[in-house]
Design a protein around this ligand. Sequence first.
Ligand code: FEO
Length: 399
Amino acid sequence: MNVRQLSKHIYYLGVNDMRTHRFEGLWPIPKGVSYNSYLINDDKPAVIDAVEIGFCKDLIDNMHDVLGNKSPEYLIINHMEPDHSGSIPVLMDVFPNLKIVGNKQTAEMIKGFYSSIDMSRMVIVGDGDEISLGKTNLRFVLTPMVHWPETMMTYFEEEATLFSGDAFGTFGAINGMVVDNEIDLNYYIDEMYRYYSNIVGKYGRFVQRALEKVKSSGISLSRICTTHGPVWEKEIGRVVELYDKLSRYEASQGVVVAYGSMYGNTAEAANAIASELADNGVKEVRVHDLSASNLSYVLSDIFKFNGLIIASPTYSMDLFPPVEALMKALVTREVKHRTFGVLGSYTWAPGIILKKISHYSDLLGWNIEGYVEMKQAMKASTLKEIKSLAAKVASEVLK
Ligand code: FEO
């Protein structure tokens, strides 16, 4: 049981998933993930966001812990991805008077995912609509594509609290403590980069729209309750600024060197570039062997830093497959303005890597600052070219 009272009316009812190895079947979560659910305890109690189906019993226990035998009146559905919506059918059975609240798109998804639900028990809300819980009110702000088309946020004016759905979320289970001022933030801020770049990263312009909408609505914020990770109180300014930066694809000074290598030759060249970057004053250099580093962490670093060097051997007249997977993931996320250098190696077929990488850099709108091509293994002439590429990339990223 992990119930925490956050304020006069708001209770944290969330659960920790330490059993799932890969979030969405893709992204490693070695330290778990939390599915956050909240209760506003007024005359008509409202639960905001539910949990993944495997944790439904824990959520129900948490609800009983606060409400006793009283039933919640509303279940507010800010987001329909099943890590939050999976419990809805069971909650509807357990609490026969419970009404679900969402927008028109939410309703369509409920019909599709959970066809057993009686839709006459749904309250449809639009942008800016409010519902009364008795002495207090909830207001709904539609924020499509943060992270799905139906996503919305819920504002609890009485306590200046925004229930933000996936926005401002992080990977990592919550270890007993829920609010940011109680916990080690470095870990969760790092996991916010990873969550954003892995899950929300494609939708930067929609995040910008949502941030603008929240800002222009003039609401005051003393608490942000996300669906994953800590509740933000003390660090609201920091996480809003970080989301603004991430959704504009702005990054800090630094270079990610991401390489593929079959027998170590391309790895040697990639490490030589990393060393030269450091010699040229780049303080943050992150080297990833794409056969070893999970894409999740590579993407996170690429969202974090403003320079990228890709090194790939030629493989069956193409890019090395993990390199291609990374380039595709960057195109999917429409990553913008990175200082980009390329190192290609080959044994008998020159020119392939530049041609193939150029396809992706064109899609991304990136300029290739320099290309070094290595035949078979490192030579003095390769090192000379690497030094020149590293100097050029370093001077760009440190501007
Ligand atoms: Fe946490 Fe997009 O679901």
